[in-house]
Design a protein around this ligand. Structure first.
Ligand code: SAH
Length: 480
């Protein structure tokens, strides 16, 4: 920051076209370079690219420019597979070679540890391991949520095609930064070929029947979201149609259409969301046919997944993530383990066999109910799940009631842990601590707050979301 204050007025103006060579990856899938004292961010570019770009934002210390043309491509570049890449919010990194994506994720973890965490990695001898990549970088999601919209976003090539286009109906994914506009996706490589076929057929069916899509400004329209769940380890398939109201006749027609054209669908759920909130959750869920759930596996355990349940969207990489957490926890047969922020208990179950007992804590009551049901269904008897807010629940009394843990596994949400929770961990100071995180920056901040109570022993990033900048990171800590 001090560098920007000291520099003379930089030669960069809003609206100006400039030539840049990108230096490094930045936050949120962008790349950056420095011009004068300015840091310039460009979305869609890759470090090493020489580009022509137009400055559209200029603040005190940074600017943002729009990529106009790649004059000389970086060796890290690759051809994006998807024709919607330039407009879609789904995968911002498809133009980056996969090994470079993995390097970038490792660098992001190292940078968070040194910047947010204040760790001198070299002096401390901490080495961030290479990111554990996915074998399948496309078709890896077991769940996709598509949106219906009365406002279709047209891509440049759709406009250039000169063909007549219906702008009042779209079924697909949102354009980044445009809550109201949806791309009418004819293809998507995130879930499966089958899913893309189903999306196209549902669109055609809806238009044939003149069903109206949601209008986000007027709050009108019947069709809101189409959610598809395609578990990795079973052939079951769930379709969830989210609508703004109940309409039994329409739903019967929709069920008939699915049974005829997509007999692979094992269950159809109709979720009703009559509120303006743009979510696939609603006030009511109706089982139209089938059991209303699908099953998937993580390791040896089978999970029942309802329409609104949380489940890791990349099954195979979640298994790798849990494997790392289990290895780092180094559990002994008589260990008492706490799995904090346990969701539906997937980590608890994954490690239960190696421990004497596991205590899971989770805020959301439905998730705890799922955790208990999952444990029972898999014959796991040594897990206790407790509902509550970590901030209020995780007290000395709690520890007295449930026992002093030998190992802690924590997996908090993006915001990380509350400082008081970190303090309590410091006070409790179990010998082993494993911190799983989907946000390396808040993770590094929390680790810094642990101070000298713990020593970092290993750092392992895992890629659950190829072609996005998201990274999961697991840190192994030992009490000092
Ligand atoms: N370990 C699980 C879930 C991790 S996601 C898995 O791998 O699937 C983080 C979880 O923390 C969510 O389930 C969220 O509901 C829960 N959570 C968020 N804030 C919390 C709090 N203050 N106390 C307890 N749990 C919380």
């Amino acid at each position: 920051m001090s560098e920007t204050v000291a520099t003379p007025k930089p030669a960069i103006r809003r609206g100006e076209e400039i030539e840049l060579v990108l230096e490094k990856f930045a936050d949120r899938g962008k790349s950056l370079t420095r011009v004068g004292g300015y840091v310039v961010f460009v979305a869609g570019a890759v470090p090493g690219d020489r580009i022509r770009a137009k400055v559209f934002k200029r603040k005190k210390s940074f600017a943002e420019a729009r990529l106009l043309e790649v004059l000389e491509p970086s060796p890290l570049r690759t051809e994006p597979r998807c024709e919607y890449f330039a407009s879609c919010g789904g995968c911002k990194w498809q133009h980056v070679d996969y090994p470079a994506q993995l390097d970038m994720k490792r660098d992001a973890v190292a940078e968070a540890l040194s910047h947010q965490g204040g760790f001198d990695l070299e002096a401390l001898g901490i080495e961030v391991r290479p990111t554990l990549g996915a074998d399948e970088t496309y078709f890896y999601r077991n769940k996709m949520e598509f949106s219906f919209s009365a406002n279709r976003w047209l891509t440049d090539w759709e406009i250039a095609s000169g063909e007549p286009l219906d702008k009042t109906f779209a079924l697909g994914l949102h354009v980044p930064g445009r809550f109201d506009k949806v791309l009418d996706l004819q293809a998507c490589y995130l879930q499966s070929e089958w899913s893309a076929e189903l999306v196209n057929a549902v669109r055609a069916f809806s238009k044939e029947n003149a069903w109206d899509p949601w209008d986000v400004r007027k709050h009108t329209g019947y069709l809101r979201h189409l959610v598809l769940r395609t578990p990795t380890h079973t052939d079951e398939k769930m379709v969830v149609l989210v609508t703004s109201r109940e309409d039994a006749d329409r739903m019967a027609l929709f069920a008939e259409f699915l049974k005829r054209d997509f007999p692979e669908v094992t269950t159809l759920v109709n979720t009703i969301n009559s509120t303006p909130a743009q979510t696939a959750f609603g006030e009511k869920m109706i089982n139209v046919f089938g059991p209303g759930v699908v099953h998937d596996k993580l390791g040896p355990h089978t999970y029942e997944i309802a329409a609104n349940a949380f489940f890791q969207t990349n099954t195979k990489q979640a298994e790798k993530l849990y494997e790392v957490a289990a290895e780092f926890a180094d559990i002994k047969p008589d260990d008492l383990l706490y799995d904090l922020y346990c969701g539906a208990g997937t980590i608890s179950l994954y490690v239960a066999e190696s421990a004497e007992h596991v205590v899971g804590v989770e805020l959301i009551e439905e998730a705890v109910a799922n955790a208990r049901a999952n444990a029972a269904a898999n014959g796991v008897k040594n897990c206790t799940f407790v509902t509550g807010d970590m901030l209020k629940l995780f007290t000395p009394e709690f520890v007295e009631e449930h026992g002093r843990p030998d190992v802690l596994i924590v997996d908090p949400p993006r915001a990380g842990m509350h400082p008081k929770v970190v303090k309590q961990i410091k006070r409790l100071k179990p010998a082993k601590l494993v911190y799983v995180s989907c946000n390396p920056q808040t993770q590094a901040r929390d680790l810094e707050q642990l101070g000298d109570a713990y020593r970092i022993e290993a750092v392992q990033p895992v890629d659950l979301f190829p072609h996005t900048h998201h990274v999961e990171n697991v840190v192994k800590l030992a009490a000092t």
